[in-house]
Write a protein that binds this ligand. Sequence first.
Ligand SMILES: Nc1ncnc2c1ncn2[C@@H]1O[C@H](COP(=O)(O)OP(=O)(O)OP(=O)(O)O)[C@@H](O)[C@H]1O
Ligand SMILES: [Mg+2]
Length: 382
Amino acid sequence: MAKKKAEGYLSARESRRISRENRKITNAYEKQRKRKNVPENEYLTTMRDPNNAVEFDNLHTYFFTDAGTVKAVDGVSFEVPIGKTVGVVGESGCGKSVTSLSLMQLLQRPQGQVVDGAIRLNLGDKAYDVTRTPNEVLQKLRGHYVSMIFQEPMTALNPVFRIGDQINEVIELHDGEGQSAEDIKKRTIGLLEMVGIANSEGVYSMFPHELSGGMRQRVVIAMALACNPKVIIADEPTTALDVTIQAQILDLLRQLKNRINSSIMFITHDLGVIAEMADYVVVMYAGRVVERGTAADIFHHPAHPYTIGLMASKPVVGKKIDKLYSIPGKVPNPINMPNYCYFKDRCEMCVDGCDGEYPCMISLSETHQVSCYRYYDGKEEK
Ligand SMILES: Nc1ncnc2c1ncn2[C@@H]1O[C@H](COP(=O)(O)OP(=O)(O)OP(=O)(O)O)[C@@H](O)[C@H]1O
Ligand SMILES: [Mg+2]
């Protein structure tokens, strides 16, 4: 008698078949990407609103793995206005990092691919769709226009090079034309001081393993800010830091934002940080945006049951409770998503329509949108 196979079990044969198919798909994407001399009109685009620095438009980023296709980001749309901070929140694994890596075009290739949608980046005089922009052009945009503070500082730093050399290299590559080695060194030391490293001369010639976790994090921030980028992606930049340093780093980001009017996409689990930093908030769940609005919309009038749960699970100063609320259940398997609302199985506020297909975005006000059947009321706007 054949043994009962566990759910999600894949035979070696099945896995080989998937892997062969994946190769076909990813090879096609890679071939497209590796073309030389791509004409500019293929990746030039126009912003929907010239006041936006970045526009994510129906972004789909998939990972073609041997176990199946992981739909890490599955139709994400939101914008980052110039000079504003957008906070992105959501449960671990909901696609926050993959969304930002798609903007940087630093996905793990060949399995990670943007399969649909656009990411428009505003350079002032023109706009690029980074999902179609060839690598040689992107290289010039990264660091200069967009830069990223990575979630894990140890993987962002090279363990065999000294700190100073690693930051110098960033400046030389992106902004160093006509500058002498001394000038660049001076600028690097200045950056280390700016992020609050006391012994900046000493740290300049240290290796990453000689620094504490918080110092490494600050070095990574110095590197990201080295060329005064227009868009800064901060992926959990303060999670490894204690509260006082965290406050300093947040201040630093705010100052920089005001000084050069850059925009920040701030990814965090910490709703307190969001409340302090963000002008707008995007709530993601299982690869999709479930709610977006101004910080006041989200904090004072959370609409999606997931957001309401998030708000209820954060501690409030001065309010004594025995146990914090936790959202029951877990996120669905990203390889096999249901065809109804992804949050339905965990939702405690379901209504009649919830058995239907995935709910589309409904506008609650000019700034506030939510994808939930509770707000349909017969109207089906987008
Ligand atoms: N290289 C990869 N190969 C396959 N799947 C991946 C890869 N990178 C990410 N994923 C999948 O994409 C999904 C989204 O991951 P992502 O890193 O964006 O989560 P996140 O929201 O940043 O979570 P966290 O808050 O824990 O950092 C996850 O299901 C993850 O397993
Ligand atoms: Mg992440």
